[in-house]
Write a protein that binds this ligand. Sequence first.
Ligand code: NAP
Length: 483
Amino acid sequence: MTQPKHTITLIPGDGIGPEVTHATCSIIEAAGAHIAWEVCEAGAEVFKKGLSSGVPIETINSIVRNRVALKGPLETPIGFGEKSANVTLRKLFETYGNIRPIRQFSGVTTPYQDRKIDLVIVRENVEDLYAGIEYMQSPGVAQGLKIITRKGCEKIVRLAFEFARSEGRKRVTCATKANIMKLTEGLLKRTFEEIAPEYSDLEAEHVIIDNCAHQLVRRPEQFDVIVTTNMNGDIISDLGSALIGGLGFAPGANIGNEAAIFEAVHGSAPKYAGKNIINPTAVLMSGVMMLRHIGEFAVADKIEHAVCITFEEGKHPLRDMVGNAGSITTSAFTDAVIANLGKTSQTWTPKPFKPIQLPQISTRPDFVHAQESKLMGIDLFVESPLGPKELGDSLSALAQGSPLHLKLISNRGVMVYPSVGILPDTIDVSRCRFILNQESTSLNDGQIFDIIKAVATKHRWMHIEKLYAFDGKLGYTKAQGED
Ligand code: NAP
């Protein structure tokens, strides 16, 4: 008997998960991959047992040992602790890159048929608004922090270029909203532009994310690899899956340096669970990505050919997301793919696949150093029902004798004090910017505490941001209207 070459953690998942992972494992085994599956639990059943992370230690240990997992979708039940087991896994294993191929199968009828869509979205997977740091500033004002780091940008940008090389692709497009969010989204753009020259064999370009969405609908075939932030990537990858037939066709890989977890983009679709009608292609193609990740290139190509031929033969699962056009069950589709193993599709040519060289960058928390950090002032967020003029005059008076003066007040990002003539619709949380007086050369924490204490005698302050210049560059944005 042939010994398994690879041991892989298998999480069947919830809802339709067991059906799609069973189909995938059957096809992978029939194609001749030597794999021992270590079946592990996560998701709904685990929540029901009272474990609020949704992921038992046995499952974590299995992934730590094997470093590769194939995972069915996991439900996020409401009322059992409300943590997402998916997010737990993503964060535990720091799978910072989410690779989502959007590729069209010949034989799958869509409005974009015959457009040869074959692009890959490389989505940052752990930072951005998904850090989930949110606050109610006042009863009517919510705030969420968008965290983007140079380290995170460098990892995802290098992963995108390395991924492009691993598939012999030609171009990497960085999609951001850097025109508006200059420091956060801008950090990804700047990092991309700095690193791109190291990959001179690949074309590199930047596109604004909204135009990217427009272009994806208009002319998706122009894209090759798109690298983007977490939120942007979430949205455009679902858009992308709709171009090729829907979520039933959209595979994915969560890549980190310690582990890689392969899973479809779709969820557990509970209403179809156990009905033997859904499309297993998304998880199957995630399995194909997994095979390439572990170096089983020939088996991966064999399966991809067989999937292509099955669709070319007009065989679709009953709910394949393309206008409900399918005619066979999930298990009959699985059998059809197995029957086609070993045949060569005329509509698909394998790429020159090779292993991804995962970027190895420093894990130091202080990833970036500045030669000079200069404290320029503070933004003090104040909750007040007063109008800008009244509040501004009061704060200016309270700052008398301090090395700081009130430079401006902005409300929802727009300068409202000193007045520029037009008053926008204001809310009860204001950003009050205190900047060093011309004659003052430095600012210390004691002086900051003093001004906060002075403000607190008359107003309710909410929180403070220190305003730094790093190596002469402002580390904060200006308010709309500020000079
Ligand atoms: P969903 O499970 O992806 O299902 C949404 C719809 O997509 C389904 O109703 C069905 O559309 C279609 N669909 C999804 N997978 C399909 C497949 N393989 N074949 C054919 N059609 C498919 O999204 P949801 O209903 O929002 O979420 C359900 C649960 O899954 C939630 O608990 C959510 O938290 C979880 N979830 C998990 C993951 C993950 O594990 N990575 C990802 C997303 C969501 P029609 O109704 O039009 O037929």
